[in-house]
Design a binder for this molecule. Structure first.
Ligand code: URA
Length: 235
């Protein structure tokens, strides 16, 4: 898929999200927030769910947490348009409460399809709910700043995942600010590691395809039936 095809596929998913009524969150939304960014990016950032400002504007991370996220990306020389930013749930939970399990489950196919289109090398989870989607059974206090393979069932077919605290957590507890900046500094090496892994996997796939082609039987040309199994020799 080229970038134009990816952009069109992402827009088709976004249009579905804007009309979605799969869970109770649709009833209270001003606008759904499908996500946005570069269709050709290698890096997808996944937050929790839209807050007040996001719900008003239909864009992810545009409030105070978004300003900190932009500052964090800036330390890498990146702008938000260089990555793709989305959330686990695409509609605002009322009063900014945590998303509930059935809401996350109802919204999961959208994230899965976005990831399948983007095929990122690196998924950065922002906060506990995003972390639980990609690294089930882990705790943010232990896993933040570390890198793990992503289950292809997530939609990201060959990616690594880096878990980070949610930027809003650092706005509430300033001691986490330094941790967030340190974890963001782990993004470029994680991306490089993932690129190398993907190159190895692509090489293995190409070699396997070549081997399969070599082993494929020649097409039957003269209509002769194949010999009975017991007469076939492997040597
Ligand atoms: N917090 C999130 O998790 N996502 C947003 O889009 C904004 C704030």
């Amino acid at each position: 898929m080229n970038d134009a095809e990816r952009a069109a596929a992402l827009e088709a998913i976004a249009a579905e999200i804007r009309g979605c009524a799969r869970c109770r969150l649709h009833a209270g939304r001003t606008q759904a927030v499908p996500g946005e960014g570069s269709p050709g990016t290698e890096v997808v950032l996944v937050g929790e769910g839209p807050g007040f400002n996001e719900d008003q504007q239909g864009r992810p991370f545009v409030g105070a947490a978004g300003a900190l996220l932009e500052e964090l990306l800036g330390t890498l020389g990146w702008r938000r348009a260089d990555v793709f930013i989305t959330n686990v749930v695409k509609c605002r939970p009322p009063g900014n409460r945590d998303p509930e399990a059935d809401e996350i489950a109802a919204c999961a196919p959208y994230l899965r399809r976005q990831l399948a289109v983007l095929d990122p090398a690196l998924v950065v989870t922002l906060g506990r709910y995003s972390m639980a989607t990609f690294l089930p059974g882990t705790r943010i206090g232990g896993v933040h700043g570390t890198v793990h393979p992503v289950d292809p069932a997530s939609g990201a077919r060959d990616a690594l995942c880096l878990a980070m605290y949610h930027p809003a957590a650092a706005l509430r507890a300033t001691a986490l600010r330094e941790t967030l900046f340190a974890d963001m500094a782990a993004v470029p090496p994680a991306l490089q590691r993932s690129r190398e892994r993907r190159a190895v996997h692509a090489g293995v796939e190409a070699a396997t395809a070549e081997e399969t082609a070599t082993l494929a039987p020649p097409p039957a040309g003269d209509g002769e039936p194949p010999p009975p199994a017991e007469q076939m020799s492997l040597f």
